[in-house]
Design a protein around this ligand. Structure first.
Ligand SMILES: CSC[C@H]1O[C@H](OP(=O)(O)O)[C@H](O)[C@@H]1O
Length: 368
């Protein structure tokens, strides 16, 4: 997307044709800086420490991580070691495993001397495919938002609530849940976004608000716990969120707090949509609560917060008393029954195996 007049993706091949550059999302919204990934540890750290985050971008970074890791050794053993190192960085977003499985399968099928060039080619394809997929999600989501506006006789504003960051910063470009919002805004549909701050890492307050501000989309940052109140008072026309892993049965794993928003939406008859690219579908599982691993991150993300002082310095301060433990569950699972629809690159479907297989018939399980 456009940042101060320059078009950016979140990850790109550097001029040297070997290393990779990313936007350091831990520095936003107060600093826009980029970081170079030159080796396996750089890539692993970028994912683990959330310089890059968001399921599709994690997958893209892992794909390029394979590239920079094979510099001197493209052996089967090295590929296995790179695979395990990158897979171990974060457990929940299925795009990580999807991208690593894709890269490994393609590379092991080639002679060693062809592998590094093929890796860079495939990583670039994964990034380009993500941009296309997310743009399509945006198109289908825009049409859905347009329908909401028609239902209001094209009067007033469409108020949408989103949680965490599923914007272009969570993908290679466009985003998933925010892509429909960009496209609706650009089409002249009056939208306003309630942006959940999304404790503890504040991806909403720091990233989604930053994105929307740059694109000129009206928005209001809110504390995570106000969404239900807004829905009770008719101030939310729909919720649109992203996902890190959605099961073949339509259960949605997303940033912690998503489930509570879905419950509030259900209780107030507010449509609850999930935007997802097909690589985020885990076709191997049905029951998200049982089978999706939930990442637990360091307690310091709860006990401390980073921001800019009135003097313009970026500082980290402690919020909790010394000696008080903190728990940091990074995701939760929203059962399919609370999801109004899944917005995919092939259209909108019900949050169910039938719904997903109608859009992705190539995945239809062979009838028993
Ligand atoms: C389009 S994936 C966005 C998804 O990823 C975020 O998690 P994290 O920032 O920890 O990577 C959050 O769950 C978003 O909805």
């Amino acid at each position: 997307m456009n940042v101060e007049g320059k078009a950016y993706r979140t990850i790109w091949l550097a001029q040297d044709g070997k290393t990779v550059e990313i936007i350091d999302q831990t520095k936003l919204p107060h600093e826009f800086t980029t970081v170079r990934l030159s080796n396996l540890e750089d890539a692993a750290r970028a994912i683990r420490d959330m310089l890059v985050r968001g399921a599709p971008l994690i997958g893209a970074t892992a794909a390029y991580g394979v590239c920079v890791a094979l510099e001197d050794d493209a052996s089967d053993a090295r590929i296995a070691q790179v695979y395990e190192t990158l897979l171990s960085t974060r457990p929940t977003a299925v795009n990580l495993r999807w991208a690593l499985d894709d890269m490994r399968a393609r590379l092991l099928a080639l002679p060693r001397e062809q592998r590094q060039r093929a890796a860079y080619r495939r990583a670039a394809e994964i990034c380009d495919e993500d941009v296309e997929i997310c743009s399509s999600i945006g198109d289908h989501g825009r049409d859905l938002i347009s329908g909401l506006w028609e239902a209001k006789d094209r009067k007033g504003v469409i108020n949408l609530l989103t949680h965490c960051n599923a914007g272009w910063l969570a993908t290679v470009d466009w985003g998933t849940a925010i892509a429909p919002i960009y496209k609706a805004h650009d089409a002249g549909i009056p939208v306003h976004v309630w942006v959940d701050e999304t404790r503890p890492r504040n991806q909403g307050a720091s990233l989604t608000a930053w994105e929307l501000g740059r694109h000129g989309v009206p928005h209001t940052v809110i504390v995570d716990n106000v969404g239900g109140h807004l829905m009770q008072h008719g101030q939310v026309d729909a919720c649109i969120v992203g996902t890190d892993r959605t099961t073949a049965g339509g259960d949605v794993c997303n940033k912690i707090g998503t489930y509570l928003k879905a419950l509030a939406a259900d209780a107030n008859s507010v449509p609850f949509y999930v935007a997802l690219p097909s690589p985020t579908i885990d076709w191997t599982i049905e029951d998200g609560l049982r089978d999706i691993p939930i990442e637990q991150r360091d307690a310091s993300e709860v006990s401390h917060i980073t921001g800019r002082t009135d003097q313009g310095d970026v500082a980290t301060v402690k919020l909790t008393p010394d000696g008080s433990p903190a728990a940091n569950y990074a995701f939760d699972v929203t059962p399919a029954r609370y999801v109004t629809g899944l917005i995919t690159e092939r259209g909108v479907c019900a949050a169910s195996r039938d719904g997903l297989e109608a859009l992705f018939p190539e995945r239809k399980t062979l009838s028993a």
